[in-house]
Every structure is written in C-alpha cells, then in structure tokens.
Design a protein around this ligand. Structure first.
Ligand code: CTP
Ligand code: CA
Length: 224
C-alpha cells in the first residue's frame, strides 16, 4: 500500500533500474534478442518501491509485466536504453539488471529482407553497443552514489565478475551462473554472489523475489 511505501527507508530516493532484454532490429520483422525474461529486474523494482523509493524502470521487451507503482520507460534497443537512462538522471542509485544486447546490426534494413534466390544468406554487420553500466559508473557530476551491475556468466563466475566490476567501475556486481543446467535464465530462482570492493558474499539459491528484497535492503542500508 502507498502508505507503507511512504514510510520506507528509501522514501524520497530516486533509483533507476534497467531490466529485460533489448531487441536489436535486423529488418522490420526480425531482431536479435536474448533469453532474459525481465523477472529479476522487475522484482528489484518492486522491492525498491516497497522500501519507499521512486523507481524509474527502464525496460526492454520483457516477458514479465512491468510492476505497478514505478515509472515505466519502455525501450527496444540498447541505444534507446542508454538514452532513457540518461534522461532519468539524476538518481541516488542505479541497478543495471538488463540483459543488454552486446551488438547491434549496423546494416539493418528498413524493408523486409528477401531471399535473393542464390542460396546465399545476407551478411549481418555488427557493431558493439554502448556499455550502459560502464558509462554510468564513470559519469562525473551525475554518477549515482551507488551503481550496481549484474554479471551473467557461464564459466569462472566469480573471477569473471570480479574483473567485470573493476573494468566497469561499478560499486557492486550481482554475479550469477546462467549455464542452461542452472535453469536460472527464464526461471523463478536465482543463485547469486554479491561482489563488492571489500569482498565476496555467496547467497544461497532463492526465489528472484527474495534476491530482490535482500538486495534492496542492502541498497537502503548503503544509502543510509
Ligand atoms: N551492460 C550494460 N550495457 C551493455 C552490456 C552490459 O549496461 N552494453 C550491463 C548489464 O546490464 C549488466 C552488466 O553490464 O549489469 C554486465 O553484463 P554482462 O553481459 O554480464 O557483461 P558484458 O560487459 O557485456 O560482458 P560479456 O557479455 O562479454 O561477458
Ligand atoms: Ca554482455
């Protein structure tokens, strides 16, 4: 209920949450996507909202519906997501839970691509997308005081995620193993490791909602 939100520890605080996949168009009817359902990002937005935060929820085309009681900004591509995050600043904290496409198609077509009869598929030319997490982490005046990233890995989860935190310059990384055998991509549970400058905390496997509540509580504590 709104009354309880208004009393929460994050009352008056603005938090940006990115969520879901991005879609990178190939032509008007085709796109490149990934298996993110947006469940973890939506759960984080809910948990922050329930602690009283004003949440800007920047979401790609997710499977799960956007939560109530948050400011929803819908985008399709990584470029649009970056612009939407920039427009939502300033914020005290940013949680980048989106599975941003690493590449976009630079020779995408305004018209539906057609088979040309030769049996040769079209060559898609790709370019790297802007890294929204690294960009926001390195802002000068407008950097949120707490920037949280995710690291979806299938191998050497902690080593890769620790390196990722340093490379990008964010404060915390929520690392998870997204190997198909874990069932985490698209599932309702998550097994995460929270990586901060001062150490690594392995959390037991739990529902994505519970991961979100624990993370939101830590964010509230950190923002003080
Ligand atoms: N991220 C982002 N913008 C991108 C790519 C990733 O903001 N263009 C963010 C994600 O939202 C996540 C974090 O960076 O919080 C890590 O994403 P991940 O895909 O694990 O890392 P990458 O840097 O893309 O590295 P790689 O996929 O090559 O492991
Ligand atoms: Ca990536």
């Amino acid at each position: 209920a709104p009354e309880t939100h208004a009393l929460g520890p994050l009352k008056g605080r603005h938090v940006i949450v990115t969520s879901g996949p991005t879609h990178e168009p190939i032509d008007p009817v085709r796109y490149i996507a990934n298996r993110s359902s947006g469940a973890q990002g939506a759960a984080i937005a809910v948990a922050l909202r329930d602690l009283g935060a004003r949440v800007s929820f920047v979401t790609g085309p997710a499977v799960v519906p956007a939560p109530e009681g948050v400011g929803v900004i819908r985008v399709e591509t990584a470029m649009q997501m970056r612009d939407a995050v920039e427009a939502a600043l300033p914020a005290e904290a940013a949680v980048m839970a989106a599975a941003v496409a690493d590449w976009r198609v630079v020779n995408s077509s305004q018209r539906k691509m057609k088979k040309d009869g030769t049996g040769q598929p079209p060559a898609l030319e790709m370019a790297e997308n802007p890294d929204i997490l690294a960009w926001i982490s390195n802002l000068k005046a407008k950097r949120p005081s707490l920037v949280v990233g995710f690291a979806a890995e299938t191998d050497d989860v902690i080593a890769n995620a620790t390196a990722k935190r340093q490379r990008k310059g964010c404060d915390w990384i929520v690392a998870n193993d997204v190997s198909p055998s874990t069932g985490i991509m698209g599932g309702s549970e998550n097994a995460v490791t929270l990586i901060r400058a001062d150490g690594v905390e392995e959390w037991p496997r739990m529902g994505k909602d519970e991961v979100a509540r624990q993370l939101a509580a830590k964010i509230a504590k950190e923002l003080g």
